[in-house]
Design a protein around this ligand. Structure first.
Ligand SMILES: Nc1ccn([C@@H]2O[C@H](COP(=O)(O)OP(=O)(O)OP(=O)(O)O)[C@@H](O)[C@H]2O)c(=O)n1
Ligand SMILES: C[C@](O)(CO)[C@H](O)COP(=O)(O)O
Length: 228
């Protein structure tokens, strides 16, 4: 493993509107532990030396501390408040980083990221400046046109993008020093806007983003499989 400082900015500053739950989805329990704690544990399973920054909705920070006490969760994390969009939340997380190194940006609601994927993302980012996790499409794709017609497109030409998206710190902090655009759906789109080519690495289908209610039973099954 390289001796560069490694950071993980775990963004959990959203409200989880598509989950339609009373509490933000990152705090929902999967196998009796909040999703966000599983995600933090995945990064500590990769390295006990990693610097973990967790971005939360500012109003939920006291609730997070309550959850940590309740679940006796004592992993060292730096907590900071998020913003109105994922872009703003990542930017707030990055503002904590003062040293040069490598930073993985990861969704707090992707708890099934593997150690191998995290390891590969840091290795490729160190070598090439960035590494973005992707998987091939499994379904057929059709493009819907403005005149309401649609046509098939070659799915082999597309990838589904996941996190972690990992970067040299200076590169990402520099790229985020820009006004937000609606096309910034992830960190790769911000880096691309700054003029850099994106390096894709292989992800896994288990690394789902828990987004809608039907993802929760899937998450329970994936966790049972992961823990044997
Ligand atoms: N203002 C925001 C919005 C999103 N996120 C984080 O970005 C990740 C991916 O976003 P998504 O799944 O869309 O989460 P939400 O925005 O919470 O969900 P929704 O779009 O359904 O409201 C999540 O871990 C979410 O907490 C964030 O840190 N700050
Ligand atoms: C960052 C991301 O998870 C990559 O797939 C995704 O772009 C987040 O998008 P969302 O619509 O905010 O969930």
């Amino acid at each position: 493993m390289s001796n560069k400082q490694k950071y993980a900015v775990i963004v959990a500053g959203g409200s989880g509107s598509r989950m339609q739950s009373d509490i933000p989805k990152q705090f929902l329990l999967v196998d009796q532990l909040p999703i966000l704690m599983h995600t933090i544990n995945a990064f500590y399973a990769y390295s006990s030396e990693i610097n973990v920054i967790v971005v939360l909705p500012s109003a939920e920070i006291p609730y997070w501390h309550e959850l940590c006490t309740k679940h006796r969760f004592d992993k060292k994390v730096t907590v900071t408040a998020g913003g109105a969009s994922r872009f703003q939340s990542v930017k707030n997380g990055l503002s904590i980083i003062k040293d040069s190194g490598l930073v993985a940006i990861h969704d707090g609601v992707r708890p099934f990221v593997s150690t191998a994927v995290i390891q590969q993302s840091f290795a490729v980012a160190e070598q090439k400046g960035n590494a973005v996790v992707a998987v091939p499409m499994k379904d057929s794709l059709r493009q819907v046109n403005q005149d309401d017609t649609n046509n098939s497109v070659d799915r082999a030409a597309f990838r589904i993008i996941q996190t972690p998206q990992t970067f040299q710190t200076e590169l990402l902090i520099g790229a985020y020093d820009t006004p937000e655009l609606t096309t910034f759906t992830d960190d790769a789109s911000v880096i691309e806007h700054a003029g850099h080519a994106i390096h894709l690495i292989d992800g896994t289908y288990e690394n789902i983003k828990i987004t809608t209610p039907e993802d929760l039973p899937i998450a329970e099954v994936l966790l049972k499989r992961k823990n044997g």
